[in-house]
Design a protein around this ligand. Structure first.
Ligand code: FE2
Ligand code: FE2
Length: 296
């Protein structure tokens, strides 16, 4: 497979505001699922900037006008995600999660990535993280049990994010191919990237569980069964994400568009548009557009 030539990567203006649902609870009272989403949100504010920087570094080497357009769309989408997660982290803070500590841990982890990895390795790790976020998008777009366990505004914002992750899922790989990146290097940094990314993520989740008094065996056991899908009524998100996570990506001929998200994306997109969760209103002037990119 390859990226469709008619693909347009268009940022969606998020209209929902999380303040509207302060006081609502996180995922169906399960602290493990709730802290997993809070941990992801904590990593996204600064993590999205890491993804943008790693791709922007190679922007000039993209010789195809279509790829340059896709890079621009990718940067604008991720910039908006980063800002949305600042808002979401404040909401988690109101819910009693120590998000300053989580943000500090995410900052430490991402700075470590920047220091120890070359630019090419950062791009390869970005490609790996984009694959994780594409699998995550699959979960938030299709897992009804998971999404029905959230407050409606929280659900909508994750699905808005998931729509765009599915849309731009191949940009990092297309840039990597444009600079002549090979299969072994991609596979190696997928393993390295998995280790680094999940280490930071689980360190944050461990902290959030500990600080909220949920680092207890019965809570962890029930939470894990919920994540894996063996608890009655569980969402099974972990099992769903791991499905296709490793073996597909490590194939020499893997391309992110091997996985089809179109049906779920269309349905969710229609629902969110009708509910005015997002709109396609764009900055009309080139200047506003450039200012938005420069502000990242
Ligand atoms: Fe994102
Ligand atoms: Fe992304």
């Amino acid at each position: 497979m390859a990226t469709p030539v008619d693909l347009e990567i268009v940022p969606r203006q998020l209209n929902s505001v999380l303040e509207d649902c302060s006081g609502e609870q996180n995922w169906a009272g399960d602290p493990v699922t709730s802290t997993f989403f809070a941990s992801l949100s904590a990593t996204f504010t600064e993590g999205e900037r890491f993804l943008i920087d790693s791709i922007r570094y190679y922007e000039r080497k993209a010789d195809s006008p279509l790829l340059r357009e896709h890079i621009k769309g990718f940067i604008r989408q991720e910039a908006r995600h980063s800002r949305a997660h600042v808002q979401m982290n404040e909401w988690f803070l109101k819910q009693g999660y120590p998000m300053e500590k989580a943000a500090a841990q995410a900052h430490w982890g991402i700075e470590f990535f920047r220091k120890v990895l070359t630019h090419k390795a950062q791009l390869a790790v970005t490609m790996a993280i984009e694959h994780f976020t594409a699998r995550f998008a699959d979960a938030v777009l299709t897992n009804t049990r998971l999404m029905n366990g959230m407050s409606p505004t929280m659900r909508d914002i994750w699905q808005w994010h998931g729509l765009e992750e599915a849309e731009h899922r191949a940009v990092a790989m297309d840039v990597y191919k444009a600079i002549g990146g090979g299969h072994f290097y991609r596979a190696f940094y997928f393993i390295v990237g998995s280790f680094l990314f999940f280490s930071v993520l689980f360190l944050i989740q461990f902290t959030l569980l500990f600080k909220t008094g949920n680092l207890r065996w019965p809570v962890l056991k029930k939470g894990w069964r919920t994540m894996w899908g063996t608890e009655p009524g569980a969402h099974g998100m972990a099992k769903q994400m791991i499905n296709h996570l490793y073996f597909d990506y490590l194939r020499r001929d893997f391309h992110p568009f091997d996985h089809d998200y179109s049906q779920a994306s269309e349905q969710i997109s229609e629902r969110l548009l009708a509910a005015n969760v997002f709109s396609f209103a764009q900055p009309s002037s080139k200047q506003v557009d450039e200012e938005e990119l420069a502000a990242v």
